[in-house]
Design a protein around this ligand. Structure first.
Ligand code: ADP
Ligand code: MG
Length: 951
C-alpha cells in the first residue's frame, strides 16, 4: 500500500465515518433519554434520501402520505386517551398540537411545485418531512411502553425497523438513488481530493456535538431531557414531561437521520434497505464510545469508517465480518473495566396470586395435566387429519419451537438476550451438511459433532458475552449473528451464496425418513422431549439458580449461586437446542443457503419467545406457531388481497408485534396461564419424613466468627465508613445502630463482600478477602434492607434457593429428573425454615403476594436455609407488626442459643434492648460508642446524636 492509497482510504473512511458519526450521536441521544435502542434510525436515512429525490421529481406524495397517516393516528390516539380520562378537549388540543405541523408539511410537499425548487430548499423540506415521523412514531410506538424493559423496547425497535423497511419498499420501490452532491466541491489535501460532502458532514457533526452538549447543559429542554433520562419519575414530579422529552429527542434523531440520508445519497447508492447497515455501523461507533458521550460516539464512528475502509482494501469479502467482529472484544473491554458485579434493570415479573388451598392445588395440577394431555393428543392426531402441506408447516413450527425453547431459558428466564440463535442453527446445519455430503457420514454420526461444536462455540461466546450486562449483551449477539451470516455467505466450505445441495436425508434403521410426514414425528418428539427436560430443569436446584439471575446477581451470589456459571450454562443449553434444530433442518430441507440463518431470522426467534411469553415453555411453542404460521399466511394472503407483490407481510407482522407488545408486554402465554390459573413451574409441598440435609461444622460457642478491622470506605469525597472495627462471636447478637445515612448498610455490604473497602480488612472465620459467594459458601447468610426476592416464584422455592449450596445436582441430572432424592431434602429444609419463621402456611403462595414484613421473614428463612453460622440482618424488623416482631425476637434469641453469630442493623430500640448482647453506635461513618444495651441507652453522646434525633 502506497502512502497515496493509504491517504485515499483514510479520506474514504472518514467520509463514511462522518455519516456514521451523525447516526451514532442520534443513537446516543435517544438511548440516554428514552432507553430505546433506536434501530429504525437507519430507515430515516433511506427515507431522507428517497424523499429528497421524490421532491426533486415533484413527487413527495409517498412520504407525505405516511406522515399524514401517522399524524391522523396520533390525533386519534390522543382523542381516545382523552375520552377514557373523561377530558376529551385538552387531549384533542394536545393531539392537534402534535399533528398540525406534520399535516401542514405533508400537504405542502404534495401541493407545492417542488420540482422547480432549488436543491437546498428541497433538501430542507425532505429533512423536515422525514423528521416529522420521529415524534409521531415516538407517540404511537414507544410512549405507551414507557415503563417497559430495555429488552421489550429493543424488540419493538426491531419490529418498527421491519415495518419501515417494508414501508420504504412499498412506497419507493426497489430502485436505488444516487444524487448530485449538495455542495459540488473538491479540495485536494495532500494530493487526495476531499469532497465537499465530507467537509459538510464533518462540519455538521462537529456543530451538532457542540449544539447538543451545550443544549443539554444550558437550556431548560436540554436539562429536562437529561433529567428524564436519569430519573423519569423524579422528572415528572418536577413538572418535566417524559413524553415531551421523548418526542423532542426523536425529532432531533429524525432530523439527524434524514439529513444523513440527504448527504449520504451523493456518495453511496441508497436503497430502501440501505439504512439498516448504516445505522448498525453508527451503532458500533456509539458503542465504541460507550453509548453515553456525543464526542466519543462520533470518534468511535469515524474509527468504524476507517476500519471499514482499510478492511475493504485488504479483505473486501470480510469487511462486515471485521467491522462487526470488533464489537464483541470492545464491549468486553468496557465491561471488564467496570469490573464488579453489576445489577441490571430487570423488570419485575408479573405476580400471579394463586389460591393455595389443598383443593386449589389439586385443581391447578389437574388443569396442567389436562392441558398437557390435550396438547400431546392434538399433536398425535395431526398426521391423521392434516395434509402434507399443513404438516410441513407444522414441521417448520416445530423446528422453530426448539430454538425458541432455548430462548425461553436464556432470555425469558435467565434474562440474557441473544440475537445470535439463528447463527447457531446455521452452524448445526452447515456442519452436518458438510460432513454428511462431503464425507458421506451418516447424520446420526454427525449429530454428536454438531452438538459438540455448538456446545464449544456457545461456551466460547458465552464466556465472552456473559460478562456483558444490560444492553451490551444483545448488541454483542447482534454483532455475532451478523458476523456468522456474513461468513456463511462468503466461506468456501458453506458454498457461499449459492449454498450446499444434496444433503442426505435421515434414515431410521434403514427406513428413509423423507418428506414432511415422517419428519413430523421426529421433530415433534424432539420438541416434547425438550419441553419435558426444560420443565424438569426449571423445577430443580440449578433451575432455581437460573431463575434467580433475573432478579440481579447480588442476591443469587449471596446464597452461593455461581451466577457466571449459570449464565454460561443457559447459553450452552440454548445453543445446543439451536444447533440441534439446525441439524434436523439440514436433513429435512436437504439444501442449505445462508438466508434462513440471517439476522432477520435471529430476530424472528426472539419474536417467538417474546410474543409467546418469554418465561414459559408453552409460550415458545405458541410464539413459534404464531410467527411461522402468521408469516406463511400473510405471504399467501396479502399479495392477493392487495393485488401487488412486496414485503407486505413484514409490515403487517411488525405492526402486529408492536401492538401486541403494547397490549400484552409479557406475551400471550402468561395471560392465558393467568386465565387458566396455571401454576408456574416449581416445587410442590414437601413429603413427610424426608431425611435432613447435612449441616456444616459450626464454630464453638464464643469463638470469633467475624473480625472487622479498621474499615474505611470513601464514595468520592464522602467517607461512609471511617476506621470501623468490630467482632462477632458465635452465640452472640451484635446490634449496629445509627441515624439514617450513618453508613450501616455500607458496612454490611463491605462485610458481606459486595463492596470492597477503601482500606481495612474483614476476616470471616479467619479468612480475609473472600468474595460474596465465597462468604456465603463459608457460612455467612444475609438479608437486604430492600428485600430481594423472586416475586413470581413460590415462597417455598424462594427459600429453597437459599439451600442452593447444600446440593450438588447439575443441569443434566435435573433435566433427567435424577435429582429427586436431593431435591426432596432441599424442599423439606426450605419448609422447615419457613415453619421456623412462621410462614409455613404460606409456602405455596407466590412470594410477590406477601406483605413487606412477611417478605423480610422470607429472606431470613432463605438465609437460614443455607445453614449459616453468621447472620447479617439489615433492618429485619422494619415493616413487621408488633406480634411478628415479638416472634422474630424469640427466633433470634433461639438462634443465638444454638450458637449462631448475629450482626443486625435495627432502628427499633425496644426490639434491640431485649435481645442484643452488645450495641455499636455509628454516626457519620464513625464509631460513636460500644457497649451493652443499657449502658448505650444511658450514654449522653448517643442520646444526643441518635436517640435525641430519632425520638
Ligand atoms: P445507613 O444504612 O446507615 O442509612 P448507608 O450505608 O446506606 O447508611 O449510607 C451511608 C452514606 O453513604 C450515605 O450518605 C449514602 O448516601 C452514601 N452512599 C451509600 N452508598 C453509596 C454509593 N454507592 N455511592 C455513593 N454514596 C453512597
Ligand atoms: Mg441502611
Amino acid at each position: 500500500m502506497t502512502p497515496f492509497v493509504a491517504l485515499y482510504l483514510a479520506q474514504d473512511g472518514i467520509a463514511n465515518g462522518a455519516i456514521y458519526a451523525l447516526l451514532a450521536i442520534a443513537i446516543v441521544l435517544v438511548f440516554s433519554v428514552t432507553r430505546v435502542i433506536f434501530i429504525p434510525l437507519g430507515e430515516f436515512v433511506a427515507f431522507g434520501a428517497l424523499t429528497y429525490l421524490g421532491l426533486q421529481e415533484g413527487n413527495g406524495g409517498a412520504t407525505a402520505g405516511l406522515v399524514g397517516l401517522l399524524a391522523m393516528a396520533c390525533l386519534a390516539v390522543e382523542a381516545v386517551a382523552g375520552l377514557r380520562r373523561g377530558r376529551p378537549v385538552p387531549a384533542l388540543r394536545a393531539g392537534l398540537r402534535q399533528a398540525a405541523l406534520p399535516l401542514g408539511l405533508a400537504l405542502g410537499s404534495v401541493v407545492l411545485p417542488t420540482a422547480g425548487f432549488p436543491l437546498a430548499v428541497n433538501a430542507v423540506l425532505a429533512v423536515a418531512l422525514v423528521a416529522a415521523l420521529g415524534p409521531l412514531l415516538y407517540r404511537l410506538v414507544y410512549q405507551p411502553l414507557a415503563e417497559a424493559s430495555v429488552l421489550t423496547l429493543l424488540i419493538v425497535s426491531v419490529a418498527l425497523h421491519l415495518v419501515l423497511v417494508g414501508g420504504a419498499l412499498a412506497l419507493f420501490g426497489p430502485g436505488g438513488v444516487r444524487l448530485a452532491p449538495l455542495l459540488d466541491l473538491r479540495v485536494p489535501i495532500l494530493d487526495v481530493p476531499v469532497t465537499g460532502q465530507t467537509v459538510m458532514t464533518l462540519a455538521t457533526t462537529v456543530l451538532l456535538i457542540g449544539a447538543l452538549s451545550w443544549a443539554s447543559r444550558n437550556t431548560l429542554y436540554g436539562k429536562a431531557m437529561r433529567a428524564a433520562a436519569i430519573n423519569p419519575v423524579g422528572a415528572r414530579l418536577m413538572g418535566i414531561s417524559a413524553p415531551l422529552a421523548g418526542r423532542l429527542c426523536f425529532l432531533i434523531a429524525g432530523i439527524i437521520g434524514a439529513l444523513s440520508g440527504v448527504i449520504a445519497a451523493s456518495s453511496t447508492t441508497i436503497l430502501y434497505d440501505t439504512g439498516f447497515l448504516l445505522g448498525l455501523k453508527g451503532f458500533v461507533g456509539a458503542i465504541l464510545g460507550g453509548l453515553a458521550s456525543f464526542p466519543l460516539a462520533a470518534l468511535g464512528a469515524v474509527l468504524v469508517g476507517l476500519l471499514e475502509s482499510y478492511a475493504s482494501f485488504f479483505a473486501s469479502a470480510y469487511k462486515e465480518v471485521i467491522v462487526f467482529g470488533l464489537v464483541v472484544p470492545i464491549l468486553l473491554a468496557r465491561t471488564l473495566r467496570q469490573g464488579r458485579l453489576n445489577e441490571d434493570d430487570h423488570e419485575a415479573a408479573p405476580v400471579v396470586v394463586l389460591d393455595d388451598s389443598p383443593e386449589a392445588l389439586r385443581r391447578q395440577a389437574w388443569t396442567q395435566r389436562a392441558l398437557t394431555a390435550a396438547f400431546v393428543a392434538g399433536l398425535a392426531a395431526a398426521p391423521f387429519v392434516l395434509s402434507d402441506y399443513s404438516l410441513a408447516i407444522l414441521d417448520y413450527v416445530g423446528l422453530a419451537a426448539i430454538v425458541a425453547l432455548g430462548l425461553v431459558l436464556l432470555t425469558g428466564i435467565a434474562g440474557l438476550t441473544s440475537f445470535a440463535q439463528a447463527a447457531y442453527v446455521g452452524l448445526g446445519a452447515y456442519i452436518t451438511g458438510y460432513l454428511s455430503s462431503a464425507y458421506g457420514l451418516s447424520p446420526w454420526l454427525t449429530l454428536p459433532a454438531v452438538l459438540v461444536a455448538s456446545g464449544v462455540l456457545a461456551l466460547a461466546a458465552g464466556l465472552l458475552t456473559v460478562r456483558l450486562s444490560g444492553h451490551y449483551l444483545p448488541l454483542a449477539t447482534l454483532a455475532l449473528g451478523l458476523v456468522a451470516y456474513s461468513l456463511f455467505g462468503t466461506l468456501e466450505v458453506t458454498g457461499g451464496q449459492s449454498g450446499m445441495a444434496n444433503v442426505p436425508g435421515l434414515t431410521f434403521f434403514g427406513h428413509p425418513l423423507q418428506g414432511p410426514r415422517p419428519f413430523y414425528a421426529v421433530i415433534w418428539v424432539a420438541v416434547l422431549g425438550g419441553m419435558l427436560a426444560l420443565r424438569n430443569l426449571l423445577d430443580s436446584r440449578p433451575g432455581r439458580a437460573i431463575r434467580a439471575l433475573r432478579s440481579g446477581l447480588v442476591m443469587a451470589e449471596s446464597v452461593g449461586v455461581d451466577t457466571r456459571l449459570m449464565k454460561i450454562a443457559s447459553f450452552v443449553v440454548a445453543c445446543l437446542l439451536a444447533g440441534f434444530s439446525g441439524w434436523l433442518y439440514a436433513h429435512f430441507q436437504r439444501f442449505l443457503n445462508p438466508s434462513p440463518f440471517s439476522i432477520t431470522q435471529g430476530i424472528n426467534y426472539l419474536f417467538m419467545a417474546v410474543i409467546g411469553g418469554a418465561g414459559s415453555l408453552f409460550g415458545a411453542v405458541t410464539g413459534a406457531a404464531i410467527v411461522v404460521m402468521g408469516n406463511q399466511w400473510l405471504q399467501s394472503v396479502l399479495p392477493r388481497l392487495l393485488g401487488a407483490q412486496g414485503d407486505f407481510e413484514v409490515i403487517v407482522f411488525g405492526l402486529a408485534a408492536i401492538l401486541m407488545l403494547q397490549w400484552l408486554p409479557n406475551g400471550i402465554w402468561p395471560a392465558v396461564a393467568a386465565l387458566l390459573r396455571l401454576r408456574p413451574p416449581g416445587a410442590g409441598p414437601p413429603a413427610l419424613g424426608t431425611p435432613a440435609l447435612t449441616a456444616r461444622d459450626k464454630p464453638g460457642l464464643g469463638e470469633t466468627v467475624l473480625a472487622v478491622r479498621g474499615i474505611h470506605k470513601a464514595f468520592g469525597a464522602l467517607m461512609a465508613n471511617r476506621d470501623i472495627s468490630l467482632d462477632v462471636r458465635a452465640g452472640e447478637i451484635l446490634a449496629l445502630i445509627g441515624p439514617n445515612g450513618a453508613g450501616k448498610s455500607t458496612l454490611f455490604d463491605i462485610v458481606s463482600g459486595i463492596t470492597p473497602p477503601t482500606s481495612g480488612t474483614v476476616a470471616f472465620r479467619g479468612r480475609t478477602g473472600l468474595s460474596l459467594r465465597a462468604l456465603s459458601l463459608g457460612g455467612m447468610g444475609r438479608t437486604f434492607q430492600h428485600v430481594r426476592i423472586l416475586p413470581g416464584m413460590s415462597v417455598l422455592d424462594n427459600v429453597a434457593l437459599g439451600a442452593h449450596a447444600r446440593g450438588r445436582s447439575g443441569l443434566v441430572r435435573a433435566a433427567l429428573r435424577l435429582d429427586r432424592g436431593e431435591e426432596a431434602r432441599i424442599i423439606a429444609e426450605a419448609q422447615r425454615q419457613l415453619d421456623r419463621v412462621g410462614l409455613g402456611h404460606l409456602a405455596m403462595r407466590s412470594a410477590g403476594s406477601l406483605s413487606l414484613g412477611q417478605q423480610r421473614l422470607l429472606e431470613i428463612a432463605r438465609a437460614l436455609a443455607s445453614d449459616p453460622c453468621l447472620l447479617l440482618l439489615d433492618e429485619p424488623a422494619a415493616g413487621l407488626r408488633h406480634l411478628e416482631k415479638q416472634a422474630l425476637a424469640d427466633l433470634l434469641v433461639q438462634l443465638r442459643s444454638e450458637g449462631m453469630g448475629i450482626l443486625l442493623v435495627e432502628h427499633d430500640m425496644d426490639f434491640l434492648m431485649g435481645i442484643a448482647d452488645r450495641v455499636l453506635v455509628i454516626q457519620f461513618g464513625v464509631k460513636l460508642a460500644e457497649g451493652d444495651p443499657s449502658s448505650i441507652q444511658r450514654n449522653p453522646a448517643v442520646i444526643e446524636a441518635y436517640l435525641g434525633a430519632a425520638a
